[in-house]
Design a protein around this ligand. Structure first.
Ligand SMILES: [Zn+2]
Ligand SMILES: [Zn+2]
Length: 107
């Protein structure tokens, strides 16, 4: 399931995210605060699409299977997996480590 938002500020369609502390909706692209929308907020909360701590919006990875998803961590926490097909991404080691750190934060 995917939530999308037409951001009026950057004029792009993006995946919004919710700030855990302020409960405000942010554009996944430009990170600007969006007008309040109870339905959207509810969806974001249900899907646990939280805003990551740093300013950069969380990125999605494109997999060979064609799905562009926020990845997930493997059980042994050594690999980053596609949420679509469950395959491990072929990533460089430093990027993978960073990714795992980020994913742990938003879990
Ligand atoms: Zn935007
Ligand atoms: Zn995949």
């Amino acid at each position: 399931m995917r939530v999308s938002l037409n951001c009026e500020l950057c004029k792009k369609q993006s995946e919004p995210c919710l700030d855990k502390k302020t409960k405000k909706i942010h554009c996944g692209n430009c990170d600007k605060v969006q007008p309040d929308n109870h339905y959207l907020k509810y969806q974001l909360e249900t899907l646990q699409l939280w805003r990551s701590g740093d300013k950069k919006p969380f990125w999605n990875i494109k997999c060979d299977c064609g799905s562009i998803e926020t990845p997930k961590i493997s059980k042994d926490e050594k690999n980053v997996l596609c949420s679509g097909c469950g395959q491990a991404y072929k990533l460089s080691v430093p990027f993978k480590i960073m990714m795992i750190e980020q994913l742990k934060k938003i879990k």
